[in-house]
Design a protein around this ligand. Structure first.
Ligand SMILES: C[S@@+](CC[C@H](N)C(=O)[O-])C[C@H]1O[C@@H](n2cnc3c(N)ncnc32)[C@H](O)[C@@H]1O
Length: 295
């Protein structure tokens, strides 16, 4: 509370504590702190500026000041515990990603080995919600998020910092329509690739680029898992998907549901094959694409 309220609220808090607490009782407060006029790290400095821009009376308080107020009210400072950063204001949350993540995870668990060391690349990580959620279930795999929109990097990092298994790397900028040789990847070949809800919400050359690059970046025997709504043999079903497709095309004529038949042709042209289709709730599918061969 103390950083998002005027300073007299902090004074009031200590006065109230002095009146209400029994002798030797504790008051525990949780908030970012300044130390002798210094706010660290940069993310806390930015937070302080953001607070002050919302209300000049708000801001991160200094421990020295809090100790003085405490002393005036007969409340002695005891102990400071450093806790992890509160990332909530950096994390963007898409409700759809919350809803579909367990359905997608169930499919991943059929293909990704939780005991295997290896590398996973996600194209179009969005907010970073999916990759950080999945990573905890496969602690031996290293997960590489990527995004075209660099303004989503902070959200991706905020989710990644909270992954207890520490196996999510910093996001890299990837425009899937460009050649993977130009991308700044630490790992050159991947065991798995993921692409969730991108193909229908991006121009067609993102779909062709996805397969072209996957064929180069996957190890022989590697697989790419794509998720989203699809057409099949020119048919979109049910009506809700037909309406969704129309809505997408109205927003951007280059968007729209992709046809599995066409995707198979694109994949085959680069030496990949569709090995399985999983029907998932809300008329979505996971498609499993294999780059054949043995490592
Ligand atoms: C609907 S969002 C899905 C994000 C995330 N995968 C999810 O399911 O929440 C589509 C994503 O595709 C990404 N995208 C669009 N054009 C792209 C491109 N040329 N290269 C890579 N990603 C692209 C967007 O930046 C966006 O994050």
């Amino acid at each position: 509370m103390i950083q998002v309220s005027p300073f007299n609220c902090t004074l009031g808090l200590f006065k109230a504590a002095a009146n209400i607490l029994k002798p030797n009782a504790l008051m525990i407060t949780y908030h970012p702190l300044a130390f002798d006029g210094v706010i660290e790290p940069q993310s806390n400095k930015d937070f302080d500026l953001e607070l002050k821009s919302k209300n000049p009376e708000w801001g991160i308080r200094d421990l020295t000041d809090l100790k003085k107020i405490g002393n005036k009210n007969g409340i002695e400072f005891q102990q400071l515990y450093n806790l992890p950063a509160n990332n909530n204001r950096r994390k963007i949350s898409y409700p759809a990603s919350e809803r579909n993540r367990n359905f997608i995870l169930n499919v991943l668990q059929e293909y990704l080995n939780p005991l295997q060391n290896g590398h996973v690349l996600e194209i179009g990580s969005g907010t970073g919600q999916h990759i950080s959620y999945f990573a905890t279930f496969f602690p031996h795999l290293k997960f590489q998020p990527s995004e075209y929109e660099e303004n989503l990097f902070d959200s991706i990092k905020a989710y990644a910092e909270e992954v207890p298994t520490k196996n999510v790397r910093n996001p890299v900028k990837i425009d899937i329509t460009t050649d993977s040789k130009t991308w700044n990847l630490e790992t050159k070949l991947f065991d798995y690739m993921l692409n969730i809800n991108m193909m229908h919400i991006s121009p067609y050359n993102c779909t062709t680029g996805l397969f072209q690059n996957a064929s180069k970046l996957l190890k022989p025997g590697g697989i790419m898992i794509t998720y989203g709504p699809y057409a099949h043999n020119g048919v979109i079903e049910p009506q809700s998907n037909i309406d969704f497709d129309k809505g997408l095309r109205r927003q951007n004529p280059e968007w729209g549901l992709r046809d599995i038949k066409e995707l198979q042709q694109i994949a085959e042209a680069v030496g990949m094959t569709l090995t399985k289709k999983h029907d998932l709730p809300a008329n979505n599918k996971c498609l499993i694409w294999l780059k054949p061969g043995n490592e």
